[in-house]
Design a protein around this ligand. Structure first.
Ligand code: NAD
Ligand code: GLY
Length: 369
């Protein structure tokens, strides 16, 4: 075992016979131990993309070649625009073209887009094969790689075609985050911050105290932040894998955030930026419903801004447009919007709110033109 991997930490995702470990540490690719305990008899198919492959593929290949007789790769075009059926088909083409059988293992090496596509391919190929997540963005390490939600987009909606299919392992190598562009890194911090108000207020206070270290990508601070985020996510997923209701709290900030992304056109604001602003909106709504102190709103806002994230909505979106878009949210029932709101510090609930109050919040939290 390498020195680096000895210092790696693990989080258990408890899902009965579909349980798995998340390994977190710097330099995991150089440690064979990170694949210990897995039955890896067949071929490997590494699914990655045009941006990540030149940066990180070579680092991972020796580890995989030591465990698989044949290691194939498929390189997808980069970006959310390509998270669709035709890109998914490229994975199936590669699997069939390489003669991969039911015993194969798919490795998703990339951010959330690659992870979601590769995971969905694993859910469908020959009615389901094993896959390992190797998330290379902070957002993917603290959120999308854990929990088994896989999907591609449909022209009529984001993540509309997908499946629940759990990975057999998640390898969060903190070393890969060195090459992540600043804006993407900040988006990952938004998802880390998210876990504090919804599940662990002490964690929120820890992030406040360690914001500079996190912004500097300090490995010790990152190890704790990724571990605690994965622990919280694992706990929620372990109790509500298929999103009966509890799991929806992980979408704090996402109802407003998705409306910003869709309303401006996908790609104008990054997902984490829209979620950051959405968390401010949801917190204000919670304070106006007297569910949480105003102090929570102030502190969340200050922390997000310190982490390079927006705390005000775009001037181009008016409240009625938000309401229209939010009625299409997956949590909505009979066109009634359901928000993830804070009920005290470190606790969230899903509930509706009067449209007029939502309009007031949107007016108060939108940048002036
Ligand atoms: P992404 O996968 O598009 O990655 C962002 C950008 O960073 C891309 O250009 C990517 O190629 C690049 N990149 C990745 N790793 C890099 C590295 N180490 N160095 C340099 N560049 C790197 O975006 P994301 O933010 O990782 O994920 C967003 C996606 O995740 C969305 O499609 C969203 O729907 C999905 N998601 C899924 C879940 C889930 O539970 N399945 C949860 C949250 C988000
Ligand atoms: N990212 C939200 C979820 O996994 O449920």
């Amino acid at each position: 075992m390498s020195a680096q991997h000895r210092s790696a930490t693990r989080v258990h995702v408890d899902l009965g016979d579909r349980s798995y470990e998340v390994h977190i540490g710097a330099g995991l690719s150089s440690s064979p131990a990170c694949l210990d305990g897995l039955q890896l008899s067949g071929d490997a198919m590494v699914v990655t993309n045009d941006v990540v492959a030149p940066l990180h593929l070579e680092t991972w290949l020796p580890l995989l070649k030591a465990r698989h007789a044949h290691v194939h790769t498929v390189q997808l075009p980069d970006g959310e625009d390509h998270k669709d059926w035709s890109t998914l088909n490229r994975v199936f083409d590669a699997l069939l073209g390489s003669g991969c059988d039911r015993g194969c293992t798919i490795y998703a090496l990339g951010g959330g887009v690659v992870g979601d596509i590769a995971g969905f391919a694993a859910a469908c190929y020959m009615r389901g094969v094993a896959y390992v997540q190797i998330p290379t963005t902070l957002l993917a390490q603290v959120d999308s790689s854990v929990g088994g939600k896989t999907a591609v987009n449909h022209p009529l909606g984001k993540n509309m075609i997908g499946a629940f299919h759990q990975p057999i392992r998640v390898l969060c190598d903190l070393s890969v985050l060195r090459t992540l562009p600043e804006r993407e890194y900040h988006c990952g911090l938004a998802e880390v911050i998210k876990y504090g108000p919804i599940a662990d207020w002490a964690f929120f206070e820890w992030i406040e105290a360690h914001a500079e270290a996190l912004l500097g990508r300090d490995v010790e601070a990152l190890t704790y932040a990724v571990r605690r985020s994965c622990e919280i996510k694992a706990d929620v997923v372990g109790r509500d894998e298929r999103e009966g209701d509890l799991r929806a709290i992980l979408n704090f900030g996402h109802t407003f955030g998705h409306a910003i992304e869709a309303g401006l056109g996908f790609g104008r604001w990054l997902h984490g930026e829209a979620v950051a602003c959405g968390m401010v909106m949801a917190t204000q709504l919670s304070t106006r419903l007297r569910m949480v102190d105003v102090d929570v709103d102030d502190r969340l806002r200050r922390l997000l801004v310190r982490c390079g994230l927006p705390d005000r909505g775009p001037a181009a979106l008016v409240p009625d447009r938000y309401l229209e878009l939010m009625r299409l949210d997956k949590k909505a029932r009979a066109r009634e919007i359901r928000f993830v709101l804070l009920e005290g510090r470190g606790k969230a609930v899903v509930r509706s709110a009067p449209d007029d109050l939502v309009r007031d919040v949107l007016i108060a939290t939108t940048a002036s033109a």
